[in-house]
Design a protein around this ligand. Structure first.
Ligand code: ATP
Length: 345
């Protein structure tokens, strides 16, 4: 019978309390071998504490952490086959790029020819061939980050931890590095655990995401699951923009006692004189505000029975003049019933 690979990381009711502060509280988690897994959440929600416990820089106050089936909860960092890339790169300024990358192999006393060969492979992997002789100060931010990545990967750890590694880069470079980082991860096949508070970044790069809120994991799922089927109001609000509809307004629209979320891009601004499709929910209202944003337009619609919804439409054919004329118009909003996510009130 084929043996199943144990999860790269497993948390069994892991807590880390600092006095009264529950930085991480009874977190259960399984990260699969070879996965690009992101820990996403607002500042202070417990992501870095989880990463530090996986690395061994911190210990749980309760619960257990397993690395490929082995309980590592109380092992020191150097006895765990994991490595970390930090936001501030932490490169050695007096060493060349090649020496920085080779550092882990030097410590392991790997012979020079072997070291040089591995360094060359790493330089190629992170697209820095020819930069080996430079000092970190002669590199751009993005290049430094790639050196840090190469240095962390050269020992081929089982798991690579990345703590907001792109946080210091400007938006364009950050987006470019997101694509590169994902490609590198696929090439090396190592499990990456990536901490970020940037929801777009997590959606772009991850196989799966764990969303943290005040030390608890609110939801774990693929980007599509998290975006399309948020399980709580917090998830719906944190990942992308969402309309949260509750109480009397929700009852009037659906005929049920529910709270639901609906994404603004799923709502159609229908003509008030036309019937909504049968498989949809609908609500009449007045367009109170129109914000032209180039790629798309955002509408704020006040519903007749109270409450309001945000709707976005792509500007496929319309110009700013066209869309601004919609202000004050009546509309029959409608959206496919399947596009709502029901949640606890
Ligand atoms: P950020 O995105 O800002 O890094 P985070 O989600 O990574 O936030 P953590 O750094 O894990 O959050 O912190 C979680 C909570 O634990 C915070 O309230 C923080 O103040 C608290 N905390 C973390 N380390 C300690 C410590 N050594 N002593 C006391 N409280 C701590």
């Amino acid at each position: 019978m084929a043996q199943q690979t144990p999860p790269a990381i497993k948390f069994d009711k892991v807590s880390r309390h600092f006095g009264d502060v529950k930085a991480v509280d009874e977190a259960d988690l399984e990260i699969r071998d070879g996965e690009f897994f992101s820990m996403l959440g607002p500042s202070g929600s417990g992501k870095t504490t989880c990463l530090r416990m996986i690395a061994g820089f911190d210990r749980p106050t309760a619960g257990q952490i397993f690395l490929y089936g082995q309980d590592v909860s109380n092992l020191p960092p150097y006895d765990r086959d994991v490595n970390t890339v930090f936001q501030d790169y932490a490169l050695f300024p007096h060493m060349s790029v090649s020496e920085n990358i080779a550092y882990g192999l030097m410590v392991k006393k790997v012979a020079r020819p072997e070291r040089m060969k591995k360094v060359d492979e790493m330089l190629e992997l992170v697209q820095l061939s020819g930069f080996g002789g430079r000092k970190p100060s002669q590199l751009s931010g993005g290049q430094r980050q790639r050196v840090a990545l190469a240095r962390a990967l050269i020992n081929h750890p089982k798991v690579l931890l990345l703590d907001e590694p792109l946080g210091a880069l400007d938006l364009k470079l950050r987006q470019q590095m997101q694509v590169e980082l994902k490609a590198i991860q696929k090439r090396v096949g190592i499990t990456f655990i990536f901490v970020t508070h940037d929801q777009e970044e997590a959606l772009t790069m991850s196989d799966r995401i764990a969303l943290f809120n005040q030390g608890k994991i609110e939801q774990i799922g693929t980007p599509a699951e998290i975006y399309e089927h948020p399980k709580s109001a917090f998830v719906a609000g944190f990942v992308g923009t969402s309309n949260l509809v509750r109480g009397e307004v929700a009852r009037r629209i659906t005929g049920m006692d529910v709270t639901f979320s609906i994404r603004p891009e799923k709502i159609h601004l229908g003509n008030i004189k036309e019937k909504a499709p049968t498989d949809s929910y609908s609500s009449d209202g007045t367009i109170r505000d129109v914000v032209y944003l180039g790629l798309y337009t955002r509408y704020h619609v006040e519903l007749d029975g109270g409450g309001d919804l945000v709707v976005v439409e792509q500007n496929l054919k319309s110009t700013s003049m066209d869309v601004l004329k919609n202000k004050g118009q009546r509309t029959r909003l409608h959206w496919n019933k399947e596009h709502i996510s029901k949640m606890g009130a």
